[in-house]
Design a protein around this ligand. Sequence first.
Ligand SMILES: C[S@@+](CC[C@H](N)C(=O)[O-])C[C@H]1O[C@@H](n2cnc3c(N)ncnc32)[C@H](O)[C@@H]1O
Length: 463
Amino acid sequence: MEYKKDDLITLVIGDMGIDGEGIGKIDGFTFFVKDAVIGDEIEAKVLKVKKGYAYARMTNLITPSMERTEPKCRYHKQCGGCQIQALKYERQMLFKTEKVKNNMQRIGGFSRALLDKIMEPIVGMNTFGQTPYYYRNKAQFPIGADKYGEIITGFYAGRTHVIIPNTDCALGIAENKIILEAVIKYMKENKITPYNEKTGKGLVRHVLVRKGFATGEIMTCVIVNGDRLPHQEKLIEALAEIEGMTSVFLNSNRAKTNVILGDDCRLIWGKNTITDIIGGIRFMISPLSFYQVNPVQTERLYGLALEYAGLTGNEVVCDLYCGIGTISLFMSKKAKRVYGVEIVEQAIEDARKNAVRNQIDNAEFYAGKAEEVLPRLYEEKGLKADVICVDPPRKGCDEECLATMIKMAPERIVYVSCDSATLARDLKYLCANGYRLERIRPVDMFPHTVHVEVACCLQRKDS
Ligand SMILES: C[S@@+](CC[C@H](N)C(=O)[O-])C[C@H]1O[C@@H](n2cnc3c(N)ncnc32)[C@H](O)[C@@H]1O
């Protein structure tokens, strides 16, 4: 049968795509339906027909799937953040495990039989009874205006820059709402304009909030299209009253860009960093430094990386893409020496201070691109490593970095990744060049979203 826009169809959702969308078939013709859950019987309206498949919008949920659950957030369908909040948490774990296996097979070329044998069960957030909500220690809220000119804040609707007003995200901390209300009140009382992305005019663009879960310390960073905030003392006064607030920053970003933070970040009240504690190590965190967003799961992830590294106390470890030195310092306690490499200078400054603060003297940190610093350390300084750990951003490792790792021939490579597609690509390269994938385990760092973290252990074949 030929389908066309606006046709009404009835179908059963038999699968889910990588972005959490429901997938159903009618006589071999595939439909992708946002917000439909595996097992749903639905009525849908066809939106767009392509060759062999179509997109449709659910118009009626005829028989809800047994895998459905009541989402906590009433905006979950509009907001781009939680794509699978309507799916039972246990089923989310299965979805993520399958996503990783599929990428390993399709992109990495690993056999299903091998993956079934070596892949360990996903580490869910409910493993020790924690609730998979309110886990995020960081959130960035866009500030804008609604059609009546009222200042609003919330989240971008999926794949757009339309702000859905909501200060009460079910993944974030309770203080977010209090902070955002204080910022908006201050803006209204002092006639401060919200930024308009289309015109590039207006002052306040975003509010970033970060909390150290172990210490309760909170940092607020107001991002402005300018370099000052009129009557900033009034905002400081309001924010300083909020329990846990220890730092207020002003970040200047005048660029017409989607990038939230500019390079210029000025402390306007309180301390330069907030502190969090993971695995007994105290970490100081600056506004521009990367820090994992789910501290409960981070401890498990780092524990897994440490286990995969198989350290006995005699090893030299390289921790590439090290951020503020989290994995490096975790490993330093069981290693002879650790070398951390990271592109953000501020993060490296934090890493060095974190080492001193924790009385760790066997860790050294280098600022620069891993693909440039590692070849220098190897070729000019003759650095040898027994274990190399990498934890790159979504795009994965640069090929120059992978090639140098191969030349250095460590006994083990520990790969931590937040994107199983680029992970699979890089593992294929490493396994074609002398390494064997020994262990692999997904960790759910981002419940209710389609994202999943993965830790892997590779062993040198000739060792
Ligand atoms: C996923 S984070 C991991 C950070 C750290 N391992 C942690 O768990 O907190 C990736 C880090 O890689 C850094 N980065 C991005 N590109 C890089 C590059 N080419 N060389 C070195 N570091 C880079 C980012 O700034 C970020 O801190």
